[in-house]
Design a protein around this ligand. Structure first.
Ligand SMILES: C[C@@](CO)(OP(=O)(O)O)[C@H](O)COP(=O)(O)OP(=O)(O)OC[C@H]1O[C@@H](n2ccc(N)nc2=O)[C@H](O)[C@@H]1O
Ligand SMILES: Nc1ncnc2c1ncn2[C@@H]1O[C@H](COP(=O)(O)OP(=O)(O)O)[C@@H](O)[C@H]1O
Length: 263
């Protein structure tokens, strides 16, 4: 069976521009991590231990099936399309995931799996959904899902994650370090809101959106580049000891990254 790659991402910069209900509006440069991905495939239930009516995910996860973003993507797709063929597909096949992207890492692993699953279903079932439609469905699963639906190597992402604009630049290679600190995204946003709230204005956001990722990383330090780094340090005191000079913080953490040095 064909294998589909679900890439990781890093946030080159992530700035808050305001609030929307329970969410925060952001402006962020997302870049794909080309050498870090999960691999997803459909596997016939004849070849695995699974009940006919069970939604079966095979893979190394620390959450239940109902909590898995892939299952959430299935539910969202079913609601959006009422597709009988989708239900039939998941009665016949399990979804196998070779998990390489660490969880709780700020690398978007769960969101990328969900996006890839939506695209796989669209392809094999000939649902004919556009990328915009898939992104809208995916947004119900997580704010990072639309970026992975569009599949750009680099993009400016805004709103709460639903506005994705391709950014034309060279794809960078990264050294990534993921400390074993289980960071909760909602907790970090909450700490930002309560202790660090200082949204940037539209002019500053536009300036950032125009700059290449290399220029951003040359000009800003880790705290300037990511508004969620200070709140994450406040909430997770263990994080400080893992921070090394020259590294940047991805999303709500816990991963740090830097551009790979050429050998
Ligand atoms: C911080 C970022 C940056 O890329 O990603 P990660 O570091 O988690 O990968 C995203 O903004 C996270 O995206 P994601 O992890 O998909 O968030 P969701 O599941 O949609 O939201 C979880 C919770 O985080 C908070 N949240 C999320 C996104 C956002 N723009 N504002 C928020 O305040 C809300 O409290 C929300 O209920
Ligand atoms: N397909 C999935 N892959 C990874 N984690 C998942 C998935 N589905 C649900 N989760 C849960 O989501 C949380 C972490 O999400 P993940 O996307 O890996 O991290 P982050 O949002 O920090 O990038 C954990 O609670 C994990 O159990």
């Amino acid at each position: 069976m064909k294998k589909y790659k679900a890439y990781a991402k890093v946030n080159i910069f992530l700035k808050i521009t305001g609030r929307r209900n329970e969410y925060h509006e952001i402006v962020s440069r997302f870049m794909r991590v080309n050498d870090l991905y999960d691999a997803l495939s459909f596997v016939s239930k004849k070849n695995v231990q699974a009940k006919a009516n069970e939604f079966k995910i095979i893979g190394d996860f620390d959450c239940t099936t109902k909590q898995n973003t892939i299952y959430k993507a299935y539910v969202a797709l079913k609601e959006a399309t009422s597709s009988q063929a989708l239900e039939k597909l998941m009665r016949t096949y399990a979804i196998a995931v070779e998990k390489h992207i660490p969880a709780f890492a700020g690398l978007g692993g769960g969101s990328s799996d969900a996006a890839t699953y939506l695209k796989m279903c669209n392809e094999v079932l000939h649902l004919g959904l556009s990328l915009n439609e898939l992104a809208q469905i995916g947004l119900h699963v997580g704010a990072d899902v639309p970026f992975f639906i569009y599949g750009y190597e680099s993009a400016n992402v805004s709103g709460i994650g639903e506005v994705v604009e391709a950014f034309d630049e060279e794809l960078l290679a990264f050294d990534i370090y993921t400390p074993e600190v289980q960071i909760s995204t909602p907790q970090v946003y909450k700490a930002y809101r309560e202790s660090f709230y200082a949204p940037i204005d539209g002019f500053a956001a536009d300036e950032l959106k125009k700059k290449s990722s290399l220029d951003i990383l040359n000009e800003l330090d880790a705290k300037e580049a990511n508004d969620l780094f200070n709140p994450a340090l406040q909430e997770y005191s263990d994080l400080e000891q893992h921070y090394q000079d020259g590294y940047y913080f991805s999303g709500s953490g816990s991963s740090f990254f830097k551009v790979k040095e050429e050998k």
